[in-house]
Design a protein around this ligand. Structure first.
Ligand SMILES: C[S@@+](CC[C@H](N)C(=O)[O-])C[C@H]1O[C@@H](n2cnc3c(N)ncnc32)[C@H](O)[C@@H]1O
Length: 217
């Protein structure tokens, strides 16, 4: 069961930090226009493509799920950490939040209009990442959009590198690597945005947002 070995650590680490994490991350998200410019575009594209349900996977305390709701998207959240899910439910009683593993979704194949993973793939080890991205693609309907955001490597630096994330063991990935894995799952690049390292006030990493789409039926 190699695939699931990292999950108890991530769950315990985020449970322990849930209150502190929930207290600051919402403002960090809304306070930086670059951090949500593609989330806004994702919301608009889902609506323009006819709407439908969107999963915010690794949703944390649910601020991005709420951002999607505020833009008319039928969004719900999933996270590994019961404590973060409790915080998300408390802050957004009108929204659905489930405890679950985004690598093994209890969601029908081809059923979602969109999937958003905002900095939640970073705790997935490199050998598990292909299967996890495959799972996100599996649940997308034809024409559905997938937005994945993460601390990145410059594309010339390789594919993956561990970094000193404050909460739990984490990896930075290159955009080319993530997109290459995603292509193998049947989604195609629509856009990518890489935010310059100097805009990251904590570690000075580039941050990449990759927007992809499954081919329409
Ligand atoms: C850096 S936080 C990001 C949280 C939120 N998406 C945000 O934008 O602030 C990473 C989140 O991913 C969740 N996570 C990591 N691996 C997961 C998995 N396999 N399934 C579900 N959630 C996961 C963690 O519990 C944590 O809430």
């Amino acid at each position: 069961m190699t695939c699931f070995e990292h999950l108890p650590t991530v769950r315990t680490d985020y449970d322990a930090m849930a209150q502190a994490y929930a207290a600051f991350i919402g403002d960090a998200f809304t306070g930086s226009p670059l951090n949500h410019v593609l989330v806004q575009a994702f919301a608009d594209l889902v609506q323009q493509s006819g709407g439908g349900t969107v999963a915010d996977v690794g949703c944390g305390p649910g601020h991005v799920t709420a951002y999607l709701r505020d833009r008319g998207v039928d969004a719900f959240g999933i996270d590994l950490s019961p404590q973060l899910i409790a915080a998300a439910r408390e802050a957004n009683p009108d929204l659905r939040f489930d405890v679950g593993d985004m690598g093994a979704l209890d969601i029908a194949t081809g059923s979602l209009a969109g999937v958003l993973a905002n900095y939640s793939i970073i705790h997935t080890p490199p050998d598990v990442l292909p299967a996890l991205l495959g799972e996100l693609s599996r649940v997308l309907a034809p024409g559905g959009h997938l937005l994945v955001s993460f601390q990145a490597l410059a594309d010339t630096e390789g594919t993956a590198e561990a970094f000193d994330h404050k909460v739990s063991p984490a990896w930075r990935y290159s955009a080319d690597h993530v997109l290459s894995l995603l292509r193998q799952t049947g989604v195609e690049e629509v856009a990518r945005l890489t935010i310059a390292p100097r805009e990251d006030p904590v570690r000075g990493f580039p941050q990449t947002h990759v927007l992809t789409r499954k081919a329409p039926a």
